[in-house]
Ligand binder design. Structure first.
Ligand code: NAD
Length: 429
């Protein structure tokens, strides 16, 4: 952005959006509400009109509920324009591509844009899983290309993952941060890597739960209840799988699994794959792990559960429960299995692709986690997390519980979390 543009009043600032589907529509609303003029392009202008009509209806409802002043609705709507071609983007400071998740399609569109846009325009992709490195490959001016991963619904969700390819330059990242802030979002800076931060660190939430189900440790409802009651998550993993769609979730797992060269910890789960094959995809097909054909939903997936008779909490689980000020019972064990795996993945991400603080922000603002996994680890004590991992690893041969090097490094240096004033994050005593 030129200094002129940086100083210009917001009403003159133009953002381009390509694709008026679920995400394009939400991004257009977000940018227009923030004061930018938005030019949206789709294959057919009627699709843009339809998206804008939906935005209008949504804002009308907010006005009716007194959540939005009437003039803000009117001004937002007045800033929405229908692009007639890439020429409409000639004054745009930022153009965000939100077309379907298809590498060939995205490369074609980004290639055309990079040829035509002013060299000052930042070019962004809202891809949720395609490698930014692949998208940047062969692009003219790859230094001004960045991933801006919004979450659905874009006007509501606070997070934007800003993903750099190896060719993205520093100034583009700085501009990405300022655009995200201007949209009222919290950006986190991420280096290109499969699943970026949020979709990667969230994998164990599902996969560890599925592994426990498969191993007969507990049933669907018991695991969901443990995650809600002990972890204070709004939904359990199986409820969330049903909501997202087992197929959509499986596709993300496969991308991350393959992107990392197939480590055991990301291996797709056989139960989930089977349910997808059977067309039991969750709420959208009325059946997944629960049956939604009548209210309230009932459990629809049964597996044999091993008896927990004689089970006793270990010292590590007792320490984990004590930190959370809750009983060291079976629910605590189930939650500890899931949370420890998430913490370990967060530690792996924090060592390689994003700052620890931003990994936490990603999980809180992208997926509404009650706490960031790394701040929770610091609160519990990194030594306690390591002891739990050791115990879980003792019953497993796959290597999925191997402690992250960053966790081990902090422990070796005596940085055990809040109790020693430093862990993944710094704390003042
Ligand atoms: P969508 O299918 O709802 O919308 C895509 C839009 O792109 C459609 O309106 C389509 O007509 C348009 N389009 C197709 N080809 C085009 C072309 N050549 N030129 C202009 N427009 C074209 O898809 P979506 O769910 O909005 O997803 C868009 C992107 O955002 C994908 O990369 C997806 O991975 C990512 N994403 C989706 C979500 C989500 O929850 N839906 C969340 C985050 C990121």
């Amino acid at each position: 952005m030129s200094s002129d543009a940086a100083n210009s009043p917001i009403k003159d600032r133009v953002i381009g959006v390509i694709g008026a589907g679920t995400m394009g529509e939400g991004i257009a609303q977000t940018a227009a509400h923030a004061g930018f003029v938005v030019e949206t392009l789709d294959t057919n202008p009627d699709l843009v009109k339809k998206a804008y009509a939906t935005i209008h209806e949504r804002l009308d409802r907010q006005v009716e509920k007194n959540k939005l002043p009437r003039h803000e609705r009117d001004e937002t709507i007045a800033r929405l324009r229908i692009a007639t071609g890439t020429d409409s983007f000639k004054n745009a400071e930022l153009v965000i591509e939100a077309v379907p998740e298809d590498l060939t399609l995205k490369r074609r569109i980004l290639g055309e844009l990079a040829e035509k846009l002013s060299p000052r325009t930042v070019l962004a992709s809202n891809t949720s899983s395609i490698s930014m490195t692949k998208l940047a490959d062969g692009l003219k001016h790859p230094e001004r290309f960045i991933g801006m991963h919004f979450f659905n619904p874009a006007p509501v969700m606070k997070l934007v993952e800003l993903i750099s390819s190896p060719k993205t330059d520093f100034q583009t990242v700085v501009l990405g941060v300022s655009f995200a802030n201007a949209f009222g979002k919290t950006p986190i800076k991420v280096k290109d890597s499969p699943g970026f931060v949020v979709n990667r660190v969230a994998r164990p939430f599902y996969l560890e739960s599925l592994a426990m189900l498969e191993g007969g440790v507990a049933d669907v409802q018991t695991i969901d209840a443990a995650v809600r009651d002990v972890g204070r998550f709004p939904m359990g993993p199986f409820q969330l799988l049903d909501l997202i769609g087992l197929d959509v979730n499986l596709a993300v797992t496969k991308t991350v699994h393959e992107g990392f060269d197939k480590p055991a910890r990301f291996a797709p789960n056989a139960i989930q794959s089977k349910l997808v094959e059977q067309g039991r995809l969750g709420r959208k097909t009325q059946r997944g792990f629960y049956d939604y054909s009548s209210e309230p939903a009932t459990r629809s997936f049964e597996t044999p559960v091993r008896s927990a008779e004689g089970w006793k909490p270990t010292a590590a689980l007792t320490a984990f429960a004590k930190a959370l000020n809750k009983p060291a019972d079976r629910a605590m064990y189930l939650f500890a299995r899931i949370m420890t795996a998430i913490i370990n993945e967060a530690a792996l991400a924090a060592e390689t692709i994003a700052l620890p603080r931003e990994v936490d922000l990603g999980m809180k603002y992208g997926l509404n986690y009650p706490e960031g996994p790394l701040e929770l680890a610091d609160f519990i004590g990194l030594d306690v997390v390591q002891n739990l991992m050791r115990e879980f690893a003792a019953d497993d041969r796959s290597g999925r519980y191997e402690a992250a090097p960053l966790l081990l490094k902090h422990i070796a240096e005596g940085n055990l979390g809040e109790k020693s004033a430093a862990g993944f994050l710094r704390h003042s005593l």
